[in-house]
Design a protein around this ligand. Structure first.
Ligand code: FCB
Length: 434
């Protein structure tokens, strides 16, 4: 039998944490002057969210901050990754910041510090102020400049109180999934717009880094990508797999870490490619103190799009821990990559309490365990990986799926807002405190 994982298996400076994002947990959508975000708008459009829900209440975290912080402390983790809702800071995306918004996140950060927990802040986890979307959202180059200004405001207030600041969460989702595939807000179906959005997201990232660097903060500065290694089913699928890898991974990695777009994908996109102005790529490749990697599954490329019947999670995503190890090793081999944090990894399963009120989620434990072992293997292969954040602290609003998918270590009963540790939370607690 394989012995259970313990802290001692990991490097001494390795951080165990949990992650959330503002729109998915906060609620309090219309309080203290918070502006409308594109997700508020999107949720109101019929058919966008599979269960017809929205983020108005979510986990009511905005009103339960203190008890949620206590819960994180009880979990025994060293770190918490959260995001700031831009519309709480600047309701329309520009102009004077709202004190109530800054004060909320300052209470959050101070509350973590008081409990001995590191704060890892993400500036943009998709809740763009609607007022900026009305001017084209990320397809408007000006949004990148507004983002840098917002970053400066938040970093000025909190940048010496947090361990790290990430500019963006998953620019692939904020561009391709949102402006081309149309599954996320604002729900467009336009490839050129999506590539323009991706370009301005990366530009905004670079501009924000420059603004924050100038403040000489204590925080480590970086960004977060969702990456999925690509595997060809047969040798005949190699070219297609390479292109899929280019679209999903290299389109974001290469500008950030090499200061260039991948030429093969650039050629393949044809007339849809973005308008790159002089100096843009230099701005995008500003030095990163860390790269955040979100990993859920791999991409498996077959000529006809068919997939073998693998073990999948409730999202239909294949469970493939080896992909995480392969991905990390590849980042080390192909790039001059900074230290890495696994900023998200986890699985949805249709959990529910049994007659005793216990929530048994052995599949989630197996998922987390196997992926942590993959991280260890990568570390043993020489990858500098500094920490791991389980997605997610608690069940929450899973975007287009509403509340129908449960990713939490902690179960949320949405009718009472009661939180209950699932078995996976107890398992993670035992690991983090071992
Ligand atoms: C990631 C998102 C996160 C959550 C997980 C399941 O793409 O960053 O908010 O939805 O997927």
């Amino acid at each position: 039998m394989t012995p259970p994982l313990t802290r001692a298996d990991f490097p001494a400076n390795f951080t165990f944490g949990v992650a959330t994002s503002s729109f998915q947990i906060e609620g309090g959508a219309h309080e203290d002057g918070r502006g409308e975000s594109i997700w508020d708008t999107f949720c109101r459009e019929p058919g966008r969210i599979s269960d017809g829900t929205n983020g108005d209440v979510a986990c009511d975290h905005y009103h339960r901050l203190e008890s949620d912080l206590d819960m994180i402390q009880r979990l025994g983790v060293q770190a918490y990754r959260f995001s700031v809702a831009w519309p709480r800071i600047q309701p329309s995306g520009t102009g004077e910041p709202l004190e109530a918004g800054l004060a909320f996140y300052e209470r959050l950060v101070d509350g973590l510090t008081a409990r001995g927990i590191e704060a890892h802040l993400t500036l943009y986890h998709w809740d763009l102020p609607q007022a900026l979307q009305d001017q084209g959202g990320w397809t408007n180059r000006q949004t990148a400049h507004h983002f840098a200004e917002y970053a400066r405001i938040v970093a000025t207030r909190l940048g010496n109180k947090v361990r790290s600041i990430a500019t963006l969460n998953e620019p692939w989702c904020a561009s391709i999934l949102s402006y081309q595939i149309g599954e996320h807000a604002p729900g467009w179906h336009d490839t050129a717009a999506a590539l323009s959005a991706a370009h301005h997201l990366l530009l905004g990232h670079g501009l924000a880094l420059r603004e924050m660097r100038a403040l000489k903060l204590d925080a480590e500065l970086g960004t977060v990508l969702n990456l999925g290694p690509t595997y060809a089913a047969t040798p005949a699928d190699e070219a297609q797999a390479r292109l899929a890898d280019g679209r999903f991974n290299r389109w974001f990695l290469d500008p950030l870490l090499k200061g260039e777009y991948p030429q093969d994908v650039w050629a393949d996109y044809g007339v849809a490619v973005p308008d790159v102005q002089g100096g843009d790529l230099e701005i995008m490749r500003e030095k990163l103190d860390f790269l955040g990697v979100n990993y859920y599954t791999r991409q498996y490329v077959t000529a006809d799009g068919s997939q073998p019947e693998w073990e999948v999670t409730d999202m239909g995503w294949e469970v493939f821990p080896q992909g995480l190890r392969d991905l990390l090793v590849r980042l080390k081999n192909d790039y001059d990559v900074p230290p890495i944090f696994i900023t998200e990894n986890g699985a949805a399963y249709p959990d529910g309490p049994d007659t005793q009120g216990d929530i048994h989620d052995p599949q989630r434990i197996a998922y987390l365990d196997s992926h942590l072992r993959a991280v260890l293997e990568a570390a043993q292969a020489g990858v500098d990986v500094r920490g791991y954040f389980a997605w997610s602290l608690m069940d929450n609003f899973e975007w287009a799926y509403g509340y129908s998918k449960r990713f939490g270590l902690v179960y949320v009963d949405y009718s009472t807002q009661e939180r209950t540790f699932k078995d996976s939370a107890k398992w993670y607690q035992a690991l983090a405190t071992s």
